[in-house]
Structure formats: C-alpha cells, structure tokens
Design a protein around this ligand. Structure first.
Ligand code: ATP
Length: 444
C-alpha cells in the first residue's frame, strides 16, 4: 500500500488533500493523470450504463437536499456505524472491525470486544461501550444555525434520483423498466477512513436506479449483476481478482430482497468494490409516505397500479480507480533494467499518445507541433521534448500511454514518423498523412 501510495503521488495520479497543512484524513485529490483516469472511467460507465441502453437516462441532482428526504430514506435514523474508543490511548475505531464481526448489534459487539486488545496500543479490556455514530455530515442552510436549518451533505446520490423519479418518468414518458443514472459526490464521515483511497470521507459515486415491475425484479437483478461484472473486466480488472459475494440474510439491509457485492482483491484482501441490490419498493414507498406524493405506477398492459421495485448497482469511482491502477501495474526486466508499465486499456488510459521530437532542433519542433495539433483534441496527447528518448519512453510507460510518436530527422525527408507500442515496444514507421487514421484504429 505504501508503494502504491507513493507511486501514485510520484507519477501525478493522487495527492493527499491539503498536504501542505499535513493532510486531512479521508480526503484525497486527483492529480493531472488521476483526473484523466477518473474522467475516462466515468465516461466509460456513462457509455455502458446510459448510452448503450434503450431505457436509461441521466440526472444531476444537488448534494444538499431537503432534510426530510434523508428522514424518509432512513439515513437520519439508521446510517450509522458502531464506534468504540480505547480508554488507554484515546484512539477511536469501528467497533465491528476491531471485534472482527460483521454486525451492527451493540450487545454482540460489546461481548466480542471484552477480550480484544487495542490495535493501536495493545492494551486489553480498555474499550468503552460501543455506540452508534451517524455518518452524515451536517450543515446549515441559510444564515441562522438552528435545528430548523440543519441538513446534510448527501451520503449517496440515490436519494436525489428517487425524489425526481416522477418528474423523469413523466417528462421522458418512460415505461417500466427504465433507469436513472447519476454520477456525483457523496460524503460519509467514516470513523476510520484509510487504506489509501479505499475508504474516503468525500467520494464519487456512479449509481443507477432501475425501476422495474415487481415480478420482474429478480430477472433484472441477475441481468445487472452480470452487466457490472462484464463492465469492470472491460476496463481492465482481471477475472481472478474479482468475485461475487452474496449477502446472507443478516448482512443485508432489512428492506433488500437480495444484494451482492462484486469484491476486488485489494492488497488487504477481497473487499467490496461494487454493490448491487434489489431494494424492492422500499425507497419509493418511503418517499411517497413522507412527501405525501403518490409515486405509484399505472401499468397500462395489466391495468394495475403498483409501486415499482428498484434494482441498484452502485460503485465508487475512487475504489474502482484504485483497482484499475493495481491491475494495470506491471514490472518487467528489459536489458537488465526494470521497466514499470501501466497496462491500461486504450479506453481508460489517461494519456493516449505522446508526441516526442527526437531533439529540440527548431525544424523538428515545428513539424512535431503540427502533428500535435493535428491529433490532439480528440485525444489527450502529451508533448515532451526534454531528456533522452529512452527516458521519455519509460516516463510514458509509467503513466500507461499506449502509443508514442517519435519525429526524427528522416521525418523531414520521408514524411513519416515512428510509432512505438507500449506493450510490445515494437516500432512501426507510419506516413504522417496516415497517422491519424492509424491511431484511430489502434485506439478504438
Ligand atoms: P462499506 O461496507 O465498504 O462501507 P457500503 O456497503 O457502505 O461500503 P454502499 O453504501 O453500498 O457501500 O455504497 C456503494 C459503493 O460506494 C460501494 O460499493 C463503494 O464502491 C462506494 N463507497 C461507499 N463508501 C465509500 C467510502 N467511504 N469510500 C470510497 N468509496 C465508498
């Protein structure tokens, strides 16, 4: 994990937020390559989950919503994690993590904690009673900080989708099944953030809520489970690093009829990457009840009225980005040297092409800049003319750039350039007039 964290910093993928002030736990910034990588992951998700489906549309709802929305969704009362303090060293922990029990039951946790030693100072029997801690960040809307103005930063994007369900259905004239997709920030005041960007306090979610006929919910649950499995592999996760983990009755939310995690093998073991759930009619019913608005659906085929069921695949961009980075990372021996290479798929590689004039001589720079202008725009292209060509190739390998285009003195005569493939390191001479279509074909 330390290696990954320092590599990600050194290569400009991820920096600690407020690092010059000593950092702030659970917050990380995306550097120049991280922001491109995240952008490509989000675009791939949008292409696969929205554009490629007949009946999925997008939404961008606000981070701050009416506080009653979070009352209705159950977050005010039940979005809690059990917390425990060590009386000896004053460290605070997730009680279920220290107890090694996947439960929210305070009595069970207290029993399990009785003979556990503090993971920080090693003392035994020094834990306080475990208690529930609500993970929503509170804030105030307007100039007066009273209880009437209290609201929350959203802990997930889904709430905004449920609240707009009826507007979307009506304006798009959608019939079941249809989905609403959203990408956006969510905030969770995690008791123990950590494991680099795995557990954050400010995160980005990509959520899809699919509204279905109740008797078709199982079918669509299976469909989206497989769809998500295929998509994460299409962006580079290795089949033997992912697995499905079905939730047992006592592991899943009381309202969910079924839920499953796609787990990824992080350096600290298989952990949740993606959550897929059959949420029944819980959300729409709860919002209908709290708001007083009828959110039932009239089925013109069967002439029946019912509240749709919801299938929800939900994933965090950063958890996925971390998995993608881990599975792309490779080292190999080349000429007695270690070559570090990120084997990103062309779709998600932060930089697609590097344009590298062999020297800084003006006649080469001029032609190289023309080539850059010709191909940049459709793709993220880097222009680099400093240091030896070998070192520039290695630099591009380390950020996972699939193709390097080298312009040499022969280029001025033969109007051709050398294209180097990141993975095979093979070089091909390509006519400048053919370059764009050659790269388009290679990157597609
Ligand atoms: P965990 O059990 O790890 O706390 P969760 O079950 O609370 O996760 P969900 O509420 O199902 O997570 O959220 C959906 C997805 O959002 C998760 O699968 C994960 O990818 C992402 N996510 C949730 N919490 C965090 C977090 N604190 N940091 C980063 N990503 C997160």
């Amino acid at each position: 994990m330390e290696e990954l964290t320092s590599f990600a910093k050194r290569r400009g993928f991820i920096f600690q937020a407020s690092e010059i002030y000593g950092g702030i736990g659970g917050f990380w910034d995306l550097g120049p390559y991280g922001v491109e990588l995240a952008q490509n992951i989000k675009q791939s998700w949008w292409r696969h989950f929205v554009n490629r489906n007949f009946n999925v549309v997008g939404l961008d709802s606000t981070i701050i919503q009416h506080p009653r929305l979070w009352q209705a969704s159950g977050h005010v009362d039940t979005f809690v994690d059990p917390m425990v303090d060590c009386k000896a060293c004053k460290h605070r922990f997730r009680a279920d993590h220290v107890a090694g029990e996947d439960t929210n039951d305070l009595d069970k946790l207290a029993t399990a904690l009785a003979d556990k030693a503090c993971p920080n100072c090693g003392e035994k029997g020094t834990f306080t009673e475990p208690r529930q801690f609500n993970m929503m960040f509170k804030t105030h809307v307007g100039p007066v900080e009273d209880t009437g103005s209290t609201t929350y930063l959203r802990p997930e994007t889904a709430g905004g989708i449920f609240a707009q369900y009826d507007n979307v259905r009506e304006t798009t004239r959608a019939k079941l099944p249809f989905g609403i997709a959203q990408i956006g920030k969510a905030f969770r005041n995690e008791i123990t953030p950590g494991d680099f960007i795995f557990r954050l306090r400010e995160l980005t979610q990509m959520e899809l809520e699919v509204f279905v006929k109740p008797d078709e919910a199982e079918k669509w649950y299976e469909f989206w489970k497989q769809y998500c499995m295929e998509w994460v592999q299409s962006i580079g996760l290795k089949a033997d690093h992912i697995r499905l983990h079905d939730h047992a009755d006592d592991e899943r939310a009381h309202y969910a009829a079924a839920s499953v995690d796609i787990q990824f093998e992080y350096p600290f073991g298989f952990k949740e990457l993606y959550g897929i759930a059959n949420r029944t009619d819980y959300d729409l019913s709860a919002h209908a009840k709290e708001s007083g608005k009828d959110l039932s659906y009239f089925d013109e085929e069967t002439k029946q009225r019912y509240v749709p069921y919801v299938i929800e695949p939900s994933v965090g961009v950063e958890r996925l980005l971390m998995a993608v980075l881990l599975d792309a990372y490779d080292e190999e021996q080349v000429d007695g040297d270690t070559r570090v290479v990120l084997r990103f798929t062309p779709e998600i590689a932060p930089v697609k092409i590097a344009v590298l004039p062999l020297s800084k001589r003006p006649e080469l720079s001029e032609l190289s800049r023309e080539i850059f202008k010709e191909i940049a725009g459709d793709w993220r292209v880097e222009y680099d003319e400093t240091q030896s060509i070998g070192r520039r190739y290695r630099r591009q390998d380390e950020i996972g750039t699939p193709y390097c285009v080298t312009i040499d003195f022969d280029s001025l005569e033969d109007k051709a350039v050398t294209v180097r493939d990141r993975d095979s390191m093979q070089q091909e001479r390509i006519a400048i007039s053919e370059l764009k279509s050659y790269l388009t074909q290679k990157l597609s």
